[in-house]
Design a protein around this ligand. Sequence first.
Ligand code: FES
Length: 65
Amino acid sequence: MYVCLCNGTRDRELREAANNGIRCARKAYASLGTRPRCGRCLDLAQEILDEAHEIANDADATCAA
Ligand code: FES
């Protein structure tokens, strides 16, 4: 799904950025070689990053148990 229409950024790309340790939407965009334009996508982009990190942390907790 497209998250950012201005840059054509997809949720999959943001999850990959999260997997590379990026936690901030603006830094994720920078890692993709873009930057926010209108900014309407930033809240959703941040939610996707946060969710990806929560899932990774849950997976780590499961592996540690
Ligand atoms: S929709 Fe992402 S900057 Fe406009």
